[in-house]
Ligand binder design. Structure first.
Ligand code: HGY
Ligand code: MN
Ligand code: MN
Length: 397
């Protein structure tokens, strides 16, 4: 049963200020969640080991080639919901428990995999653990990533007992995966509109993150005339509207500013610098072109205010199409479950470049995600765990 497992972690990493949950790699909530997963996996008879990149593998049988692997992540966005990530991990544990209870013995190795820092909520790069595992993020760059306190990933990993010098592509671990299936709460209204509880994944829209760093002249809010200002907040604020304007002119495009940080951040202080993070997603690989259009507007606005701006690409993924054979096998195994595209990124989409990967989605009646309102009914939660058990049994026959 999945819901009781989710209930066990319901108080871990609650964010009293933002609402929802803030659970980030190598913080205290993450440590508690890793401990919880390790204990529950051991209770399910699985052998647990962490890999060099901070991902945790729980094996049913000896780790071996052509394994069927399922899992997701336990970290959240700041103020995130209770299901994005944990639903996939709890459903995987529940599926294993129910298969063992009925005496099923897999014909090939099986594992539950928990990825580190899928949201990039602390160090800014999404799917950190799966990108390191697959080699799509350089270990050197990863080690130097900093959180908002200025701590590097290397420092945080070392404090958590993960030697950062071991980060890097893990061909041995990756090579064991024959097929990967991630169950995830749906982050939209597709299943609600279809009146279905479960879907399989078809595609993931390419997406990236860019940092716009504006610099001007810090000064006194009262003693500085408007004509004497070089206020980086002006061009920074312009990115928000420019992003919406640019995206509105491209079908299916999304561009979001969810994070804008002035320095020093005083109420009576003209900022000296402002950092703005842009999340852009355009089907068909158009996000870089969209960002360039926004960057052009930002450079013009910065020049008007006598400020400077630099634009840095912090992460980027192309569109992903999940393995059609696995997609169709998942759908057929689940009685013709519909296939859904998504604009949300996932570790399964990172793995898809190197191993046949697929996804199962569980209905979210609110259609809201990355917010406390994210939800899945208990019946659908259990339907998801049962669907995953059916799929794992089929793939491991
Ligand atoms: O941002 C995303 O799409 C995912 O939730 N990390
Ligand atoms: Mn998410
Ligand atoms: Mn997720």
């Amino acid at each position: 049963m999945t819901q009781p497992l989710l209930n066990e972690i319901a108080d871990v990493g609650r964010d009293r200020r933002r609402g929802g949950y803030s659970r980030h790699v190598f913080d205290d909530a993450d440590r508690q969640l890793r401990d919880w997963f390790t204990a529950r996996a051991a209770r399910a008879g699985l052998g647990v080991e962490a890999d060099r990149n901070g991902n945790v593998w729980a094996w049913w049988g000896e780790p071996g080639p052509d394994a069927v692997v399922t899992g997701s992540h336990l970290d959240s966005v700041p103020g995130g919901g209770a299901f994005d990530g944990p639903l996939g991990v709890a459903s995987a544990l529940s599926a294993v428990e129910s298969l063992r209870a009925k005496g099923f013995v897999p014909s090939r190795p099986m594992a539950v995999l928990v990825f580190a820092e899928e949201e990039g909520g602390r160090f800014g790069v999404p799917c950190l653990g799966s990108r390191l595992l697959t080699g799509s993020l350089a270990a050197e760059r990863a080690r130097a990533l900093r959180d908002t306190e200025g701590r590097t990933l290397a420092e945080a990993a070392a404090s958590a007992g993960f030697p950062p010098e071991r980060f890097g592509a893990d061909t041995e671990a990756l090579g064991r995966i024959g097929r990967f299936v991630e169950l995830h709460v749906e982050q939209g209204r597709g299943l609600v509109d279809l009146g279905e509880p479960i879907a399989v994944g078809s595609t993931v829209i390419g997406h990236g993150r860019w940092r716009f760093s504006f610099s001007g002249q810090g000064n006194h809010a009262g003693a500085t005339l408007l004509t004497d200002r070089h206020d980086p907040m002006l061009p920074a604020a312009g990115v928000v509207a420019a992003a919406r304007r640019a995206a509105a002119s491209v079908p299916e495009a999304r561009a979001t500013v969810g994070r804008l940080v002035p320095t020093p951040g005083g109420t009576n202080v003209i900022a000296s610098t402002v950092d703005v993070w842009l999340d852009a997603r355009v089907p068909g690989g158009g996000s870089r072109a969209l960002v360039e259009e926004i960057a052009e507007a930002a450079r013009a606005a910065a020049a008007d205010e006598g400020c400077e701006v630099t634009v840095t690409e912090e992460s980027y993924s192309d569109d992903v199409v999940f393995d059609p054979g696995l997609r169709d096998e998942l759908s057929a195994t689940l009685g013709g479950a519909p296939a859904l595209p998504t604009g949300a990124g996932h570790d399964a989409a990172i793995l898809a470049a190197q191993v046949p990967s697929g996804m199962l989605y569980v209905r979210n009646p609110t259609g809201i995600s990355h917010a406390p309102e994210e939800f899945a009914e208990a019946d659908d939660v259990d339907r998801g765990g049962a669907a995953l058990a059916t799929v794992l049994e089929r793939l491991c026959q």
